[in-house]
Design a protein around this ligand. Structure first.
Ligand code: MLT
Ligand code: MN
Ligand code: ZN
Length: 310
């Protein structure tokens, strides 16, 4: 299987348009060692390498058009109107993960979108993208429904990939009736297993708490591509850019007791990569002590255009 990182930043991207924190300002002025990042989304294909690959997008960020332009492989040019995007899986209904759908409205086929019922509800009410799209290409909704805390599916065209969605503890968006009343299915994590190579990816750009099931799934994966939003829980408060803690937003910080570094350190098998990095996070500065600490722990930081083969 082939994984292409379309975007690796959290909501707002890096640098964020209205932010002059030391990271955003430093990147603009060229005084920070680092690179710009668009909002997180990944594309996955069977890895057939036959020039006829189908890609599935996991989340669609508002930066999608730029991301697709930077990724020529996803435009095979077999006909006047063409795309190698076969389907879309949404992990939640947040703005940074869904509004790219509007950029796909010229699709000649209804968009085949896999998501849970709570996400479908948000996308037809508080953030009614599916309703808007019903006036354009239309949405072919494929419901993700859990049985025994998981949902298995195969996407036509990439039969070697076995998808499993799991409910996760993170946060529904502010316009959701579930914002302060979490429901199963507000957020999911994905395991994608290639039945040819037997290798598994775990993907979760929003991970608030890591329960036993999630821990076991991560341990059993060959690569974990997980929530790298914040270094510290009070990072945005310290910088004076927000009054919110990372955990209030459903994001486990990397440092501190019980944080992501500690969790990842307990795992031997998987390659460890952080994604959905907020522009305030010191790890975006490649010369920072925090970034060096990640390197010491063998933890990588996803970047736009990164490719992973499993
Ligand atoms: C989040 O990950 O918490 C949200 O994307 C934040 C946002 O959209 O502003
Ligand atoms: Mn986000
Ligand atoms: Zn910033």
């Amino acid at each position: 299987m082939k994984i292409h990182i379309l975007g690796s930043a959290a909501g707002g991207g890096f640098p964020q348009w209205n932010c002059n924190c030391s990271n955003c300002d430093g990147l603009r002025k060229g005084s920070l060692r680092g690179q710009a990042r668009t909002q997180s989304s990944i594309a996955i294909s069977s890895g057939a390498n036959d020039g006829n690959d189908h890609w599935t997008l996991c989340n669609t960020s508002p930066d999608l058009l730029q991301q697709l332009r930077n990724f020529p492989e996803i435009q095979p040019a077999r006909s006047l109107r063409d795309t190698a995007i076969r389907s879309i899986v949404l992990l939640d209904s947040q703005i940074d993960h869904t509004t790219g759908l509007l950029m796909l409205r010229e699709s000649t086929q209804p968009l085949r979108i896999y998501c849970t019922e709570p996400v479908y509800e948000d996308l037809t009410t508080g953030n009614p993208l599916f309703k808007v799209l019903s006036h354009y290409c239309k949405v072919d909704w494929q419901a993700i429904r859990f049985q025994n805390d998981q949902c298995n599916f195969v996407i036509p065209g990439s039969e070697n990939l076995k998808w499993t969605a799991y409910p996760l503890s993170s946060k529904a968006p502010p316009y959701s009736p579930h914002r302060n009343d979490a429901h199963v299915g507000d957020n999911i994590g994905l395991v994608i297993e290639d039945s040819l190579t037997k290798r598994k990816l775990f993907y979760s750009p929003g991970l608030g708490k890591i329960d036993d099931q999630t821990l076991q799934i991560m341990n059993d994966s060959d690569c974990v591509l997980v929530d790298g939003t914040f270094w510290r829980d009070d990072e945005m408060i310290r910088l004076g850019v927000s009054k919110k803690y990372g955990r209030d937003l459903g994001h486990l910080p990397q440092s501190e007791k019980g944080g992501m570094i500690e969790v990842l350190n307990s795992m031997k098998k998987p390659r460890k990569i952080l994604i959905h990095i907020n522009n305030t996070n010191p790890i975006l500065n490649e010369a920072s002590d925090e970034r060096k600490e990640l390197v010491r722990h063998g933890i990588e930081v996803a970047f736009d255009g990164m490719e992973i083969i499993l």
